[in-house]
Design a protein around this ligand. Structure first.
Ligand code: ADP
Ligand code: MG
Length: 415
């Protein structure tokens, strides 16, 4: 078949298909649904905490935590949106700023976001973080209002950049005369507390709200509402819907995961020219999503992070389940030697380990060893097969997959 004929067939199949989707936009992560079932309690509690700002009083800081896909972002945005409407109606002087710290990436960019919510323009570079903070503070104070700052995925910022900005923000009211700040910190990582100065944590968590994972039944109602808008009538089998809910519930009750499964299963069905999304399409979607997630995440790592990832790979392969930062550093320096590059310091590598943890490629758990201090136990969060696949396309690092680190075979001899 000629190229043109192949394409004709693809396009015809796509077009003639009455269509699996009616509106696939509603399956996007950032789509804010009008109803958020099973989160009535959290919506009410956040609402009660923030309500005082309508009367011009500062409200308590709120620390919200729960695993990914438990509705933290959706619920927070929903409440703040309603609050903003109400504040306007009542003429209350309330400012709002929502920043996703993971996407912002640096303290500078988080602050730049805060400034732009006050219509304060900020140069891309050229100012120090301290100077930027001062400008923000000055402008905020002269605006004479209560400012609610929501720092979403704040764990990603803290793990990589430390808690300096949070520290300054939790103390900002001491230096303001006419304005007040209330913070909403949102974390996907339940262990964020371990990364924060105790004073920062206690100030941030004047109120604590937990988002527990959804169970399969809850996910099913959430999905069913979205599916009604997203899919053409009859294009989604009940079996497929239940399976998406069950798979996401088995993972950790992640609604985002469930929505992804639903969307990708729909796309798989569409490509196959099927009229109805079936369980088989969901199974295929599951494999596709995990594969793409890992391969993309690894491809985007810097060279040194890739080497750290490879070191964990080798250690887990040689020793089984868990490993430590010290062991990782030994293998890592050996791999650097193989490539003829200078290794980073152990401290820096420890930061890279935290970054890989934030990406969900490894899991680093801090273990308290009493008077021997603290150490981290690290394990892989993805299968070794997937890591192999991710590195197979890399001409330089691909060969390090089969490499057998000397420091590991020596250890084996000893024990
Ligand atoms: P988190 O911020 O906790 O990671 P999100 O708020 O981003 O989770 O939710 C993930 C996805 O699931 C979003 O698309 C969101 O709209 C949807 N979602 C989460 N909880 C609900 C709910 N109770 N009802 C409807 N959609 C929900
Ligand atoms: Mg979120």
């Amino acid at each position: 078949m000629s190229n043109a004929n192949v394409l004709d067939e693809v396009f015809d199949k796509f077009f003639s298909n009455a269509g699996i989707f009616k509106d696939r936009e509603v399956l996007r992560h950032d789509y804010l649904p009008e109803r958020l079932p099973h989160r009535e309690e959290q919506i009410r509690r956040i609402g009660e905490v923030v309500a005082p700002v309508l009367k011009g009083a500062r409200c308590s800081n709120i620390f919200i935590y729960g695993k990914t896909g438990t509705g933290k972002t959706a619920v927070t945005k929903y409440v703040l949106m309603r609050l903003e409407v109400k504040a306007r109606e009542l003429g209350s002087l309330v400012g709002f700023c929502y920043v996703n710290c993971r996407l912002a990436g640096t303290e500078y960019r988080v602050l730049a976001n805060l400034c732009s919510s006050l219509n304060l323009s900020v140069p891309f570079t050229g100012l120090s973080v301290g100077e930027l903070f001062e400008r923000f503070k000055k402008s905020l104070d002269s605006s004479k209002r209560i400012m609610i700052i929501a720092l979403d995925e704040v764990d990603a910022l803290v793990k990589i950049r430390g808690d300096v900005l949070l520290y300054e923000l939790t103390r900002i009211n001491e230096t303001l005369s006419h304005s007040r700040v209330s913070l909403i910190g949102i974390s996907n990582d339940l262990r964020l507390k371990e990364y924060l100065d105790p004073r920062v944590f206690s100030s941030l968590s004047e109120e604590e709200i937990v988002f527990r994972p959804y169970d399969a039944g809850e996910l099913k109602t959430i999905l069913a509402e979205r599916a009604r808008q997203a899919f053409r009538e009859g294009a989604l089998s009940d079996g497929a819907l239940s399976l998406c809910a069950a798979l996401a519930a088995a993972e950790h009750g992640d609604a985002r995961r469930a929505l992804d499964l639903l969307r990708v299963a729909g796309e798989v069905a569409e490509r196959k020219g099927a009229m109805v999304v079936t369980e088989e399409h969901v199974r295929e979607a599951e494999k596709l999503i995990e594969h793409n997630r890992v391969v993309e995440a690894i491809a985007n790592l810097t060279l040194h992070s890739k080497l750290v990832m490879l070191s964990v790979f080798h250690l887990v392969k040689a020793n089984g389940y868990k490993t430590t930062t010290g062991e990782i550093y030994d293998v890592y320096t050996e791999l650097c030697g193989e490539l003829g590059i200078t290794p980073l310091t152990q401290r820096r590598v420890s930061t890279l380990v935290n970054e890989l943890d934030a990406l969900g490629l490894i899991n680093a758990q801090i273990i308290n060893m009493g008077r021997y201090g603290r150490t981290k136990k690290i394990r892989l969060e993805v299968t070794r097969t997937l890591i192999k696949e991710a590195f197979s396309g890399d001409s330089r690092l691909g060969q390090l997959i089969e490499y057998e680190p000397r420091c590991l075979s020596q250890n084996k001899g000893k024990s």
